[in-house]
Design a protein around this ligand. Structure first.
Ligand SMILES: Nc1nc2c(ncn2[C@@H]2O[C@H](COP(=O)(O)OP(=O)(O)O)[C@@H](O)[C@H]2O)c(=O)[nH]1
Ligand SMILES: [Mg+2]
Length: 375
């Protein structure tokens, strides 16, 4: 599909996958059924609770939609019930609500239960230390099915180190990644796609005039989280997907300091369209999230973002740290033998180093081969 000769035939908006190895059972990721009700271990009280989905969190107030409610149903504002203890509630959580769930002005419901999460995305530790919620809770979004990694092809130039970090976070969380390459009118995708040749990575190309049908089809019926650096065109894209969202374009969101609302994730309901069934899907915008934290991810799990390297490690000594100063690490020989791109190994080791606190966590996650112009 993406043979070297037909790159120029890529049509903006088409969904494609970077080429590489064969599928095996490990590639199959089973998504939990969307219809299954939240499971709770015991349900001694609140048998009358109704199910809701948390779409926004702001200063102790949770905006929820009731399960099955259409786009015109009123939103329910809720607070956490004391009995939840220290458990946090985040965007994407499926919760049990009691009290006034009418959504009438001034009505306040109570969240009494949080359903077991199918996935959890955490932000980096330095993203929001200014609020109590930020310091305590690093989970940004629960129950996401898909991570949409937005990268511009130019202005700002793509940073594969950032994309790699997002891929690791996605694979670690059991969330499917989708690479969304914007500003395809300004530059071609060849360099970025070349870097990911060995991965089975789905991607879409976006330009101002592109038809979004292929992207909409991938978003339909799922909870997708959008992440990307400032200026890559996230707000522009969200406004095209969800015109009512009216996200501010061209404004740099206050990043992580001071204004809690500007850093909160918010879930936006995708509009119904041809082919969209009952659940049209949700897109979660994460304006202040710089990147996803990997401190909790082991060196072995980090490799999940590098399926092109993982095979080599069977020849590593036990407990190999996979670092450059480990003489017996098999990754060096693997790359030397031409079995993987040396830039991929370098990127993996940069992520390893960033986890152990070496290097500046604010490094713009640029890999040596990335274009340097423009930022
Ligand atoms: N040439 C071009 N410019 C774009 C495209 N998408 C967005 N932009 C511009 O890029 C700038 C940043 O866009 P914005 O949506 O605010 O990015 P965000 O910071 O990721 O939300 C704005 O000036 C947009 O008009 C695109 O596909 N092509
Ligand atoms: Mg924006």
């Amino acid at each position: 599909m993406v043979g070297d000769g037909d790159r120029q035939e890529l049509r903006a908006g088409d969904v494609l996958a970077t080429k590489r190895r064969e599928y095996d059972e490990d590639d199959v990721r089973v998504r939990p059924g969307r219809s299954s009700r939240p499971r709770t271990r015991t349900r001694p009280r609140h048998a009358d609770a109704v199910e809701g989905f948390v779409i926004a969190v702001d200063r102790g107030r949770y905006t929820c939609v009731l399960s099955g409610a259409g786009p015109d149903a009123p939103l329910v504002t809720a607070m956490r019930a004391r009995e939840l203890g220290r458990k946090s509630v985040v965007v994407g959580d499926r919760v049990g609500l009691v009290g006034d769930t009418s959504g009438a002005p001034g009505a306040l419901a109570r969240i009494v239960r949080i359903a077991e999460r199918t996935s959890v995305l955490r932000r980096t530790a330095d993203d929001d230390e200014t609020t109590a919620e930020g310091r305590l809770e690093r989970v940004v979004v629960a129950n996401a099915d898909q991570l949409v990694i937005v990268s511009a092809l130019a202005d700002p130039p793509p940073r594969t180190g950032f994309i790699d970090r997002c891929l690791v976070a996605a694979y670690d969380a059991g969330i499917e990644p989708l690479l969304c390459l914007t500003k395809a009118d300004l530059a071609g995708p060849e360099a970025v796609l070349g870097y990911y040749t060995e991965l089975e990575l789905p991607y879409v190309l976006i330009r101002p005039d592109s038809d979004l049908a292929a992207l909409r089809a991938l978003l339909a019926g799922r909870v997708s989280v959008m992440v990307g650096h400032s200026g890559v065109g996230k707000s522009t894209l969200v406004n095209r997907l969800v015109p009512e969202a009216e996200r501010a374009v061209g404004t740099v969101s206050a990043i992580g300091r001071g204004r809690h609302t500007s850093t909160s994730a918010v879930a936006l309901r995708l509009p119904a369209g041809p082919g969209a069934g009952g659940d049209t899907g949700w897109i979660v915008d994460t304006p202040g999230v710089r990147s996803f934290g990997l401190a909790h991810v082991s060196a072995e799990s980090l490799l999940h973002g590098f399926p092109d390297l993982v095979e080599a490690t069977v020849d590593c000594p036990a407990n190999c740290p996979h670092t450059a100063d480990e003489p017996d690490c098999a990754l060096d020989a693997w790359v030397a033998a031409g079995k993987a791109d040396p830039r991929r190994l370098a990127s993996y080791r940069r992520l390893l180093a960033s986890r152990s606190g070496e290097g500046d966590p604010r490094e713009p996650e640029r890999n040596p081969g990335d274009p340097l112009a423009g930022s």
